[in-house]
Design a protein around this ligand. Structure first.
Ligand SMILES: [Mg+2]
Length: 293
């Protein structure tokens, strides 16, 4: 197995090793501007403490790759795409992970379902339910941009999906037809979820499953690790549940997502988006110093 090198693991003198998972939109990145702002200082702190920061987002691999090139804490860190549908490992730094296949400069690991299989299930379910759907796969980047209100270039990257199909229903969809549709999707072991402006069908994966998969890869190469995660919304909950130390940042309106339970296991931070991310990293670094003292 190729050596991972010490650059990927935050191992302190006391033997405590940390890896940090983070959501992007509304957490590491400002929800409106998509800029990291105060998160840059936090990423610098992680780099200096040798804690790899693993991006874990609903965005596609093609989209996250741009942020990875600009902001990665370490060049070799993997990233998790499409809400945990799959993981990308830089191939120059990692030996082939279980289930990995070459995709450009990365090992791509499918944890949910492949997009082509999702498309087959989606098309059949729509036929059974008598629904007229439009998929990203069947749309031009211009149509995706109009539908999602993303800039054209981002719509192009958002359309390059690997583990999920995004779609919308044309015309009126009555609840009965939708129920038939959902049942047909779930019968095939897949899931239907509602996003901001579109619907999604994807495999049985989530951010938590992907976090466990990546943590295992680090443990295989570098021994036992401690894990932390930062998020802002309900799709982050499986990730927050899968780690040793979890943080929730505030939303732009100054409130925490009501779907995240206040059960004492997740630390609720006052900072909004990147300000909260910086607070999470400051707390993690202080805690790490404390436990090794
Ligand atoms: Mg988010």
């Amino acid at each position: 197995m190729r050596s991972q090198g010490s650059c990927h693991i935050g191992k302190s003198k006391g033997g405590h090793r940390w890896i940090l998972f983070t959501d992007l939109d509304g957490t590491l990145l400002d929800r409106e501007t998509y800029e990291p702002g105060p998160s840059l200082e936090a990423l610098k702190g992680c780099r200096e403490a040798d804690i790899p920061v693993i991006f874990c987002s609903s965005k596609t691999g093609a989209e996250i790759r741009l942020y990875h090139e600009r902001f990665a804490s370490h060049p070799g860190v993997p990233f998790i795409a499409e809400n945990g549908g799959g993981v990308f490992f830089p191939a120059g730094e990692w030996a082939r992970p279980p289930g990995g296949e070459m995709s450009g400069d990365f090992w791509k690991v499918t944890l949910g379902a492949r997009r082509e299989d999702v498309l087959g299930v989606l098309t059949e379910a729509a036929e059974i339910a008598g629904l007229h759907i439009r998929t990203f796969a069947g749309s031009t980047p211009e149509e995706i941009a109009r539908r999602t209100r993303l800039p054209l270039e981002e719509a192009r990257l958002a359309g390059r999906r690997d583990f999920d199909e995004t779609f919308w229903i044309e015309g009126h969809a009555d609840p009965e037809r939708l129920a038939v549709f959902r049942e047909a999707v779930e019968k095939q072991g897949m899931r239907l979820t509602r996003g901001g402006r579109c619907l999604h069908v994807h495999g049985a994966s989530d951010k938590g499953k992907a976090v466990r998969y990546v943590s295992q890869r680090y443990e295989e190469t570098s021994g036992s690790v401690h894990t932390a995660a930062v998020g802002d919304a309900a799709n982050d909950l499986p990730m927050l549940r899968a780690v040793d130390r979890a943080y929730l940042v505030n939303r732009a309106d100054g409130s925490h997502d009501p779907d995240i339970p206040r059960d004492g296991k997740i630390r609720f931070l006052p900072g909004i988006g990147p300000d909260g991310f910086l607070q999470a990293v400051s707390d993690l670094l202080a805690y790490r110093r404390h436990v090794q003292a």
